[in-house]
Write a protein that binds this ligand. Structure first.
Ligand code: ACO
Length: 320
């Protein structure tokens, strides 16, 4: 049976690493390190330098993923970038990544599902690999949320960071690979987590708005449901999961999911303390970290889950 096997993951974080106290001082935010840590678990985040973009960071993450996979860029025939902060409306960020990697064949496009973007992009890539449309794919999450934050809104600006993560997928006949993906959206809730306008709107700020407590409530119930859905679809039990690789928005949501699954904390991949919420980049960045230090072993079962603007939410079950 042909599956999309994840060969390796890579990541990139901007050099400017800013702790909570420095962030508050730099942007004049009325907040405290204690409030941010207690409510979200975030200690620091990385902020893109002027000139750094989703495509430049995405290409850097892709290079590390390809190197770890032992795959040359010339083998890549599909690039999908999940981003809500593209370099430009068009061409797609994925096309810019393709050019940066020196690839001139295959196809490249972006997917937008906010913080669920990587899970959506993984699902699309998996479908295309299993249908034969691609053989070796780069799936990338890359974000520069620092450019869409309202630095006068302390309820949101302390929660996000910049960065990129990437995985290399290859069509392989075997047991390892993506076992399932489940995607959901409910546009009725667009207003609780959105960016005010964009290139196709007039008179809008272009800044992120979030009703945090509302999103929190949806996150707890929808993520629990999507995890049960993924397990049921595969005839698996909670005890079968070796690693939870969640979207990194809030440590309280992540720890709650870990408890629900009965996983010890060391089996939950956590980066939110150091990366903050990097939206579509958060899951592949977490995978890059765990891939880099050899945490994932062949045969391990990984559960990926995310919720974000839309609302959108979803899961992927992966045999490493
Ligand atoms: N520093 C100090 N005080 C603050 C700050 C801050 N940075 N921000 C808000 N406060 C104050 C508020 O003004 C409020 O004060 P009040 O009670 O006097 O009115 C108080 O702290 C509590 O504010 P809440 O918003 O109710 O705080 P809450 O405990 O809900 O935590 C948080 C907020 C961290 C945003 C939480 O709701 C959350 O994590 N929500 C989910 C986020 C999420 O999962 N997003 C999905 C992905 S993101 C994406 O898709 C782009």
């Amino acid at each position: 049976m042909i599956r999309s096997r994840i060969l390796a993951a890579g990541g990139y974080l901007p050099a400017d690493c800013v702790d909570n106290a420095t962030l508050a001082a730099r942007f004049g935010i009325d907040t405290s390190d204690a409030w941010i840590r207690e409510r979200s678990g975030i200690r620091q985040r990385h902020l893109a330098a002027p000139g750094e973009t989703a495509s430049s960071m995405g290409a850097a993450a892709a290079r590390q993923a390809l190197e770890r996979a032992g795959v040359g860029a010339e083998a890549v025939d599909a690039i999908i970038v999940a981003t809500a902060t593209p370099d430009s409306s068009f061409p797609a960020t994925a096309v810019r990544v393709q050019a940066a990697l020196g690839i001139t064949h295959g196809f490249a496009f972006d997917v937008l599902a906010a913080c669920t973007g990587f899970v959506y992009a993984l699902a699309v890539a998996d479908s295309m690999i299993r249908s034969g449309a691609a053989r070796t794919a780069l799936v990338i999450g890359a974000e520069t949320y620092s450019r869409i934050l309202d630095w006068t809104d302390r309820g949101t600006c302390v929660l996000f960071g910049d960065g990129a993560g990437a995985v290399v997928l290859r069509a392989e006949d075997g047991e390892a690979g993506i076992l399932s993906t489940h995607l959901h959206a409910d546009g009725r809730h667009a207003g609780i987590l959105h960016v005010e306008g964009g290139p196709g709107s007039t008179g809008t700020s272009g800044l992120l708005r979030m009703a945090g407590p509302e999103v929190f409530k949806h996150a707890v119930t929808k993520l629990a449901a999507v995890v049960d859905e993924a397990l049921a679809a595969n005839g698996l039990a909670r005890a079968d999961i070796d690693w939870l690789v969640p979207h990194q928005a809030n440590i309280r949501i992540i720890e709650g999911m870990g408890r629900k699954l009965g996983l010890p904390t060391e089996r939950v991949v956590v980066t939110v303390d150091r990366h903050a919420n990097t939206s579509a980049a958060s899951i592949p960045l977490a995978m890059a970290e765990a891939c880099g230090d050899g945490r994932f072993k062949p045969g391990d079962l990984l559960l990926l889950e995310a919720i974000g603007g839309g609302l959108t939410w979803g899961s992927a079950l992966v045999r490493w």
